[in-house]
Design a protein around this ligand. Structure first.
Ligand SMILES: [Zn+2]
Length: 294
């Protein structure tokens, strides 16, 4: 398996070491061995101000990954506001430099700007030209949130997908995964809606329409989307088997004790034949390998 979404390094707003101290690279690799994960993507967070309390920069992440070059894959995080906070910033030189230093993708994009903000479109277009897939976190509002923001129905994400057709966008986060269903209550679309899925939502429609959109199944939001109506979740995996990525968002020591729902969920998929073997292989490994150029 390839885990498309993890974080390493110190994070947290308090000094409670047990709850806030992030993972070290050897701890993650030990756990990957136990979970049967061959490689993990490691995403920096604090090159955007919204991630100030996740104290791992791109340079930190490259250093962590260099200790386990066969197991850990660094991504580069630049911020769409870098440069002169302008939609004209040329990111190509920086992206090229980080590619040469081993980064195989960009993200996690957590800037709290609209998906269709001209600065975001500019940055995403540069990532596409550099051949870097981008992991983004989707938020439901501007202010008091992190991640690219959208309204219900994801109209701004759709404009971004149209404006950056050559950029692979791997979406995750509550505001994206709530839209797996056609019923999207405003009160819970930034969280974890528990209502059963009524029918395919906008996330399905966008995956159907835009070949540059992928779904990163990590975190509570990804797990919740798949589990709220189990049968629908399995059909969704089968239908979009070429465009979904196994991912966990592992980042805390407490998570190593079992708080990573994707591990049991994927074991059940495999052991109980919930989806076809080919779909499982693509989602657990092959799609990620293709995007990462492995
Ligand atoms: Zn993350």
């Amino acid at each position: 398996m390839i885990d498309f979404h993890t974080h390493l390094g110190r994070h947290g707003k308090s000094n409670d070491v047990e709850r806030t101290y992030g993972l070290e690279a050897p701890e993650l690799v030990c756990k990957m061995d136990e979970w049967g994960i061959e490689k993990s993507v490691v995403l920096p967070l604090c090159d955007s101000p919204e991630g100030w309390y996740y104290r791992s920069t791109t340079d930190d992440v490259i250093a962590y990954c260099n200790r386990f070059p066969d197991r850990l894959i660094p991504f580069v995080q630049l911020d769409p506001r870098w440069g002169d906070n302008s939609p004209e910033t040329d990111f190509s030189g920086a992206l090229e430099e980080y590619k040469q230093r081993g980064c195989r993708g960009a993200g996690e994009v957590i800037a709290n700007l609209s998906f269709d903000d001209p600065r975001v479109i500019n940055y995403m277009q540069h990532c596409g030209r550099a051949g870097l897939p981008v992991v983004i976190h989707a938020a439901h509002r501007i202010g008091g949130a992190y991640g690219l923001a959208d309204d219900a129905g994801l109209p701004r994400l759709e404009r971004l997908l149209q404006a950056a057709p050559d950029t692979v966008i791997c979406a995750h986060g509550p505001a994206f995964w709530s839209e797996i269903s056609s019923n999207v209550p405003e009160e819970t679309r930034g969280g974890y809606p528990t209502e059963p899925v009524e029918g395919p939502g906008r996330a399905c429609e966008l995956l159907e329409t835009y070949p540059n959109l992928y779904g990163d199944l990590s975190a509570g939001s990804g797990a919740n989307a798949l589990k709220r109506s189990p049968e629908f979740g399995w059909e969704f995996l089968e239908r979009f088997q070429d465009r979904l990525l196994f991912a966990t968002d592992t980042m805390r020591r407490t998570m190593l004790r079992g708080d990573v729902p994707q591990i049991d969920y994927f074991a059940d998929l495999r052991e109980n034949g919930r989806i076809s073997e080919s779909a499982y292989a693509k989602i657990a490994h092959d799609n990620a390998a293709r995007l990462l150029g492995l």
